[in-house]
Design a protein around this ligand. Structure first.
Ligand code: AMP
Ligand code: GLY
Length: 430
């Protein structure tokens, strides 16, 4: 039987999922709030709808006869889209809203870690009263990360001693209308991501990736949803050892054990510190951009994983091409604070050379594809080394030009990778 898969979401991550499913023997339909021309080109049908409306998603899934669904973004998960699909008899690879709280409620996430003795939990306190939080900031001996408990698209966290002072942190809380915040010890080190495919109590891990959240080169500027990312040809990254990677996997295993019934992607954001691997956060979905690093090198049929998950079977072991990847986002000029939409995107799937082009938020007009105010497209190089993959990505960016676009050209360069290695060596006192 061929499977009919409904993909929910229209970003670069979902374009990568669509491409993986296109390589499988699946009939693909997709729905998203924005029309993604890359996904639309691969799918038999593409519906623009409100993906945080479970009824609308289920109606479309039933309409196209979906036998499986993959939910890409966190918004629909938080809104109960996976629950609604499951209730309608359409297996959703994605957690129900309650399990997605591991991502959608940072206070829950930290308490969960503490309660279940998941390793790598930083010191933290949660506050519903912002004045009490401000007092804690005054009394705390050391720097803190200030984190709104709810979803903020990666843009709500402020770290004292890094982006802001303690006085600014208090002003930030007083000016905000947050109901609940987590204050936790500032972790110092190098960040990395490890994602696992999870179902039926099984967990299958994927290679480590380093994302770049800051908007500008040299890790300056405001936080974004992620400007680009790289992975190496093995499981670990150049600034870490295999044991560090294994430490992250141990955290994910402990989490899956404690989260009975979780299905979908468990994404661990880790900080490699002088004391080992600590958890920055969990997400309940593939990362964006990270999915664009992971899925192009996944040799295992992604559909086989989804079917095994649905059939209550053990998940297949994953195999990955021994290739490095570099992903760079093209975003509108001024992103994220003052983005200017309307730049024509000159790079296409045909002229991107050896790079893979993924579309995110774009505006398709008669005469071409234009930027909106969000991340527009990403190019991904896949090669034997990070340096070669970086060159492939840059060749495609040269086709895109820089008119109205901003790119972090430093991502995946030998220089920046070396700085990560040096930084880690310094932290470890080597
Ligand atoms: P999050 O939304 O939890 O991923 O946080 C966004 C970014 O804030 C992370 O990618 C980190 O760079 C930073 N961050 C979050 N928590 C901490 C922490 N405890 N210490 C240092 N940086 C953090
Ligand atoms: N790359 C960060 C995220 O997907 O949340």
């Amino acid at each position: 039987m061929t499977e009919t898969v409904l993909l929910v979401g229209g970003g670069g991550r979902e374009h990568a999922i669509a491409r993986a499913l296109d390589a499988s023997d699946a009939t693909l339909y997709a729905c998203a709030g924005n029309r993604n021309p890359g996904i639309a080109g691969l799918a038999d049908g593409f519906e623009t709808l409100e993906t945080t409306n479970p009824k609308a998603v289920v109606a479309y899934a039933e309409d196209v006869g979906a036998t499986l669904a993959v939910v890409g973004p966190e918004g629909p998960l938080a809104a109960g889209v996976a629950d609604a699909l499951d209730d309608a008899g359409i297996y959703a690879f994605g957690p129900n809203a309650d399990e997605a709280r591991i991502e959608t409620d940072k206070a829950f996430q930290r308490r969960f870690m503490r309660e279940h003795d998941v390793p790598g939990c930083p010191d933290f306190e949660t506050f519903d009263d912002m004045e009490a939080a401000c007092e804690y900031i005054d009394e705390y001996d050391g720097d803190l990360a200030v984190k709104p408990a709810g979803l903020t698209g990666g843009k709500g966290v402020r770290v004292t001693g890094d982006q802001i002072t303690k006085e600014e942190a208090k002003a930030y809380l007083r000016e905000s209308d947050y109901d609940r915040v987590v204050l936790e010890e500032r972790l110092v080190g190098e960040e990395f991501t490890v994602q696992a495919l999870v179902a039926n109590g099984d967990l299958r891990v994927t290679p480590a990736i380093q994302d770049h959240k800051r908007a500008y080169e040299g890790d300056e500027g405001p936080n974004t949803g992620g400007m680009g990312s790289y992975s190496d040809s093995g499981l670990a990254l150049p600034f870490m050892d295999d044991e560090d990677y294994d430490g992250a996997v141990e955290v994910l295993k402990a989490t899956v054990e404690a989260l009975e019934g979780f299905k979908g992607v468990l994404y661990g954001q880790f900080m490699l510190t002088a004391e080992g691997v600590k958890v920055v956060e969990f997400n309940a979905r593939f990362g964006d951009p990270e999915a664009m690093n992971t899925l192009p090198v996944l040799d295992t049929d992604f559909l086989d994983v989804l079917v095994a998950a649905r059939e209550d079977e053990s998940l297949p072991e994953l195999s990955f091409a021994p290739k490095a990847t570099v992903c760079k986002y093209g975003v509108p000029e001024g992103y994220p604070t003052d983005p200017k939409a309307g730049a024509k995107i000159e790079v296409t799937e045909e002229n991107a050379g050896d790079a893979i082009l993924f579309y995110a938020s774009v505006d398709e007009r008669d005469d071409g594809i234009y930027t909106t105010t969000s991340r527009a497209f990403a190019v991904v190089g896949v090669a034997d080394t990070i340096a070669e993959a970086e060159e492939i990505a840059e060749d495609a960016l040269a086709v895109a030009g820089d008119e109205g676009l901003h790119v972090r050209h430093d991502i995946g360069t030998a220089d920046l990778v070396q700085r990560r290695i040096d930084h880690m060596a310094e932290i470890r006192g080597e």
